[in-house]
Design a protein around this ligand. Structure first.
Ligand SMILES: Nc1ncnc2c1ncn2[C@@H]1O[C@H](COP(=O)(O)OP(=O)(O)OP(=O)(O)O)[C@@H](O)[C@H]1O
Ligand SMILES: [Mg+2]
Length: 216
């Protein structure tokens, strides 16, 4: 029996207005899925709900077999540290530290080590001793992706990970993410405005009219 990494049922959430209602979603090991949709449709909110950061108004999120929002704060903290990799729409690196120091903080916390191979594939190996403040936006974005992968997550949530990147670099990042899930059995859920990226995932959805519709 293959257990789902993520299983969400009947997810409903509102802020000032209802963003989405009754959304069901699953992600199996080694699977990739993409969500596209208009700005403001609630993609990032849905990703936050799936990835430990926000309890939905209604519905249940099961992550690695556990009822996510029934877990203790400590258990959720442990999930974030060891198992869940989140690539945010806006990345959070320590500006005064070097690239390598930034990556080491994450990998030390999870007891893992970064593989040279990933740094090479992301074309950032040569930048490891430079301070974050000295790097371009796209270089910083790739360092933040390496930082997330360095802790060897079992599931990756990526919110527009290629937003600041040219086509060629975006493809490189996508290659690294897809290779990672193939090699490790992790799952990938990607929010993107780029239809080419979405098309490379096993499944693609559009968040529209408060629903998640599979695009075929
Ligand atoms: N913490 C919050 N409190 C109140 N409203 C919020 C909060 N987070 C998001 N919203 C609102 O929910 C709506 C959806 O936001 P969200 O960031 O999920 O959209 P998105 O689809 O990711 O958009 P984009 O493509 O621009 O990133 C927006 O109207 C936003 O203002
Ligand atoms: Mg967003």
């Amino acid at each position: 029996m293959s257990q789902m990494l993520l299983e969400a049922t009947h997810i409903t959430h509102s802020f000032d207005y209802t963003l989405f209602t009754d959304i069901d979603f699953t992600l199996a090991p080694s699977q990739s899925a993409a969500i596209v949709g208009r700005s403001g449709s609630g993609k990032s909110t849905l990703l936050h709900i799936f990835s430990t950061f926000m309890k939905p108004n209604e519905g249940k999120v099961t992550l690695f077999g556990d009822d996510l929002y029934g877990l203790s704060d400590d258990a959720i903290e442990a999930l974030r540290r060891y198992d869940v990799g989140i690539i945010f729409q806006f990345h959070y690196l320590f500006k005064g530290m070097s690239s390598m120091e930034n990556i080491k903080v994450a990998s030390m916390l999870s007891g893992e080590t970064i593989e040279d191979d990933i740094l090479e594939k992301l074309e950032i190996k040569e930048l490891m001793n430079q301070r974050i403040g000295e790097l371009s936006g796209g270089q910083q974005q790739r360092v933040s992706i390496a930082r997330v992968l360095s802790k060897k997550p079992r599931i990756i949530f990526a919110d527009e990970p290629t937003g600041n990147l040219d086509k060629e670099t975006a493809k490189l990042v996508m290659d690294v993410l897809l290779d990672y899930i193939k090699e490790t059995g992790a799952g990938l859920l990607l929010v993107t405005h780029d239809e080419t990226m979405a098309g490379r995932c096993d499944r693609a959805y559009r968040l529209e009219d408060k629903m998640l519709k599979e695009i075929t």
